[in-house]
Ligand binder design. Structure first.
Ligand SMILES: [Zn+2]
Length: 69
């Protein structure tokens, strides 16, 4: 069986559930990806921040999609 060397060496791109950009690296939660940029933003944001609410919404989508599996 022939394997495509380029394809086999390429790590799979996954779409970040928060910023919806295709990223190579990030943390996986319930099979969903949170890219490093968003993960860092979540860690450094305060509960009072508008951005925090946005990220919480993203996290909620992850949990909901995990529950519906
Ligand atoms: Zn992201």
């Amino acid at each position: 069986m022939m394997m495509d060397p380029v394809e086999s060496m390429q790590p799979p791109l996954a779409e970040c559930i928060i910023c919806h950009k295709s990223k190579l690296y990030g943390i996986h939660v319930c099979g969903q990806l949170i890219c490093l940029d968003c993960e860092r933003a979540i860690v450094h944001s305060n509960v009072e921040d508008e951005a925090y609410a946005h990220y919480v919404e993203g996290m909620k989508r992850i949990w909901l999609s995990a529950l519906s599996l």
